[in-house]
Design a protein around this ligand. Sequence first.
Ligand code: PMV
Length: 326
Amino acid sequence: MQLTDCSDAVHALASGSACGKAILLGEHAVVYGQPAIAVPIVDVRAQARVWAGSPGTGPAVYAADLAARFTPESDDQRGTGLVLAAQAAIDAFMGQGPPLIDLEIELRSLVPMARGMGSSAATSAAIVRAIAAHAHLSLDPAVLSRLVYLAEMHYHGNPSGVDNTVVAFERPVWFTRGSAPVFMPVGVSLHLLLADTGVPSRTRDTVAQVRAWRERDAATVDGLTAAIGALVCQAREHLDQGDLAGLGQAMSANHALLRLLGVSTPALDTLVEAASAAGALGAKLCGGGGGGCAVVLCPSGRADAISAALRRAGAQKLYETTIATA
Ligand code: PMV
């Protein structure tokens, strides 16, 4: 079978889903060995379903949201990482269940693309989970994380690994590049809003821009990333103690440092300022920057008023979520 739209298709053989994420603190600095704190956005997800494909077609991914079908032969860059994730899963699970060649995979995602919410990791993880389910495998999150990282390398060049980790484990994580992730109990519920500027985030470009600056002036960039790392450490203590005000202050201070690092935009700054003026505990850009979303920490009962302020300040879309106490 070749998919064009699965809504009326026969039952899928298997399915899998994966969540989006937000980096609470530490993006960009995490590329240079500083810690970051990331949380799963479990109610905003990508969903993949697997069918038996036509012989000889290889793994094909039909991205329903793009109305586009990608195969290993496609030269459409939008699909390369998706097919790569499918192929990585097939190679890893081959011989452990039913034949995995020529799978046809349908993908739908509520995680917005290029908004710093982990769309590439979520779509890859959903595909890998669906293929593992088809192979009747119970998938170790560490294995999932490693397979998703392979696709992340395609999207981001030299990713830190924070996105694939938080998406694969679906737990708040303290992440330091090259070290085992530490899963963090969250001592207090976090009410978060993600406010979308409507402008695509250019993670690959902003990461390259910071790297180019660091090659010219390592002292300045390392000073900024070290200062971000110090805020991430403070934020961990605030989280442990359930100190939401302290956490929010660290997030806002992190945004100021990301501005100095050159990865914010006027639209992001406007959202961050509007959120703070409306009573948010803290706000910052989230992910690669250059566009994408701001993440806002709301005091209990203030999310509606802050949402209204964010809309007035230009937010194109809002996502509201709660990170529950562990
Ligand atoms: O834009 P996102 O959601 O892919 O997040 C990128 C986070 C960075 O720290 C900027 C890059 C990385 O590899 O960690």
